[in-house]
Design a binder for this molecule. Structure first.
Ligand SMILES: Cc1cc2nc3c(=O)[nH]c(=O)nc-3n(C[C@H](O)[C@H](O)[C@H](O)COP(=O)(O)OP(=O)(O)OC[C@H]3O[C@@H](n4cnc5c(N)ncnc54)[C@H](O)[C@@H]3O)c2cc1C
Length: 607
């Protein structure tokens, strides 16, 4: 049988992991990977910086991984093909410093999670009261699940905590918010969107694991770094894949647009390789976009793809935002954020009140003052001190500063001296906790091309979405998304034995179910269908112009490949079918009824 032509867009961790998954079936897939940088990596980008006579692998995006939080990455790295290529170094002293503007009396107020930054005039914020409150919060997290707090947000908890805090507001503003900002991509704290269950693994002590990963009172333990940088892992996945089945890798190449032919289901992709001005194109049987959703929006919204853009992608992918966060159209479905990083040698990026350089990273609100000791969290940034990150004295004087926005001198932002900048790049990214963009993630399966699970109203686009936006913004999220799409659209199988880390398979299942809700779970199907019938232009009884969409959706269904129809075991279970019938019946109700149902479903399904 002739091999099917597959295009993977994006050579970050997800694209490379998918290449590796597809290489396991070399007779089936003829793969082309297109990536816009000169090396694979994406957000797992490592720059080798010559400095002080040495050469230092500085990670621009990904800094740390953890076996407990990332059990599939850990499992993969234990496989012989990877353990020899991708060494990791344990990092058991994550020292965090937080620097603030001077208080109303003009005194420095900083603190850190390690002894050297907890006493003395510079660390006035680390008081007995703050230590007490930090312990109250950390102890609360240990038992929060059992006490029913898991699905509540941090805001809900702090609005009315059952525990007594000595100075709750100060703890939230000066201790918790900086940590949340770092976790969420160096931007907002988002207390109203962060579920307690999501931060428990960061602060809790977990049996048989090296924990706690994070603490307000002592350095975090249980972390690892890719010894040669995160890019070495992505490169290794590509190398191993190439040894299994050679594929085409186009670097320095930007995918410009793609469209699916509603009749043949073939996907045309156009691209441009730097520095040429020539635009090339290819036709593929399947395409997987591992790029972020704002990039996907630009790629999919083109004149040739208007049928699918209007009927499908506008709703589930939507528009992005410009660097000032202005929407590029309506709706904006994915709440990503812009950020920028700088590798530099400008020590003035540290707070003048906190220059000791003993920490791994410094959260800096010193320059984000709004007066009277207060600060604007959205104007802060974080600097990683490379001699401590890499644990190499030779790296003294090298820094990496991350912003959760695009900084500009014109806006009064503090930035590294341009003459001391070694490398800088802007990017769009999601947030670490899976609940962010939860509704967009939960609905995305309806925009996926057909796969081993069918959902009503899906269209036969042969275009698929994977990547950290579809799961969570981490290396584990990227790897699990790649495995899930390989299983869903390419007949792939979970690749690990699961004996290395007991949580690996379970963690994968959580992300797989997020991307592709299980069809045999009646409640999942009912929720999806209710949501769909309440809001889908293709199914809702609607104004006349929508009827064409219904017709086309039916035609799509007919065109489903035979494999889809014969997979009886994958069809919804009896209770699920009952739910389907119920929903189909309901679709005849009025628009008003549909609206109120949508409201109920989204409030119920809010995690
Ligand atoms: C500042 C920062 C710090 C982070 N720190 C950590 C951390 O410490 N630990 C952790 O686990 N995770 C961290 N993450 C998250 C982690 O980096 C990502 O979740 C993961 O690497 C994403 O992999 P991906 O392949 O899904 O996406 P990406 O890495 O974004 O890969 C997709 C790539 O596709 C390429 N591309 C874009 N447009 C096009 C186009 N038109 N044509 C072709 N190619 C294109 C880009 O180079 C893009 O980067 C961090 C992320 C950021 C931004």
């Amino acid at each position: 049988m002739a091999k099917k032509k597959v295009c993977i867009v994006g050579g970050g961790a997800t694209g490379a992991a998918l290449l590796w998954m597809l290489a396991k079936n070399p007779d089936q897939w003829d793969v082309t990977l297109i990536h816009n940088q000169d090396t694979v990596g994406g957000h797992s980008l490592t720059k080798n910086v010559p400095w002080n006579g040495g050469n230092f692998p500085i990670d621009v995006g990904v800094q740390f991984i953890s076996p407990m939080l990332y059990p599939n990455v850990h499992t993969m790295l234990k496989e012989s093909a990877f353990s020899s290529r991708v060494p990791v170094t344990n990092y058991n002293s994550l020292r965090i410093a937080c620097a603030f503007p001077r208080n109303a009396q003009g005194n420095p107020v900083n603190w850190g999670n390690f002894p050297a930054y907890q006493t003395g005039p510079n660390f006035a914020l680390y008081t007995e009261d703050m230590k007490y409150d930090a312990n109250v919060f950390q102890n609360f997290l240990e038992f929060a699940i059992f006490e029913g707090w898991g699905q509540k947000t941090l805001k809900e908890y702090f609005d009315n905590p059952p525990q007594t805090y000595r100075n709750k507001d100060q703890f939230v503003n000066f201790f918790l918010a900086p940590y949340l900002s770092i976790i969420n991509g160096y931007g907002a704290a988002l207390m109203d969107q962060t579920l307690i269950v999501e931060i428990i693994p960061l602060f809790a002590t977990i049996p048989f694991e090296v924990t706690p990963l994070g603490s307000f009172t002592k350095p975090g333990v249980g972390w690892q770094r890719f010894t040669n940088g995160a890019g070495s892992w992505v490169q290794a996945m590509v190398t191993v894949a190439q040894t299994l089945a050679p594929s085409k890798i186009l670097l320095n190449t930007n995918v410009l647009s793609m469209w699916s032919d509603p009749t043949t289901g073939k996907v045309t992709v156009t691209w441009k390789t730097d520095p040429t001005a020539v635009i090339s194109s290819g036709v593929f049987d399947k395409v997987v976009l591992t790029t972020d959703m704002w990039t996907n929006s630009k790629i999919l919204n083109n004149p040739q793809n208007q049928y699918y853009w209007t009927n499908l992608y506008k709703k589930y992918i939507g528009y992005g935002r410009d660097v000032n966060m202005n929407p590029l159209g309506s709706p904006v479905v994915w709440d990503l954020m812009w950020g920028q990083c700088f590798i530099h040698t400008d020590s003035k990026m540290l707070s003048p009140d906190l220059m000791q350089q003993q920490e791994t990273l410094q959260f800096n609100a010193y320059y984000a003052s709004t007066g009277g000791g207060k600060f604007d969290l959205l104007k802060t940034y974080t600097t990683y001190i490379q001699k401590n990150v890499l644990n190499k004295t030779g790296a003294d004087g090298l820094y990496l500063t991350m912003y959760g926005y695009i900084p500009s001198k014109a806006n009064g932002d503090t930035m590294p001296d341009p003459s001391k900048v070694i490398y800088t790049t802007p990017w769009t990214h999601g947030k670490w906790t899976p609940a962010f963009m939860g509704d967009a993630k939960k609905n995305l399966h309806l925009a996926q091309g057909l796969g081993n699970i069918t959902y009503p109203g899906q269209m036969n686009t042969n275009i698929y979405f994977a990547g950290n936006n579809t799961t969570t913004d981490s290396e584990e999220g990227a790897l699990d998304a790649a495995i899930a799409i390989a299983e869903y659209a390419f007949g792939g199988q979970y690749p690990f034995n699961g004996w290395v880390h007991p949580l690996a398979h379970e963690m994968y299942n959580i992300y797989k179910d997020l991307m592709f809700p299980a069809p045999n779970a009646a409640h999942a199907v009912a929720t999806r269908l209710a949501l769909y019938s309440a809001s889908s232009p293709a199914i809702t009884s609607a104004p006349a112009k929508k009827k064409t969409a219904v017709k086309k959706a039916k035609a799509e269904k007919k065109r489903k490949p035979a494999r889809q129809k014969t997979k009886k075991s994958k069809s919804p279970s009896k209770p699920a079918k009952k739910a389907v019938r119920k929903v189909v019946k309901k679709k005849k109700t009025t628009r008003k009824g549909a609206k109120s149902r949508r409201k109920t479903v989204s409030s119920k399904s809010k995690r």
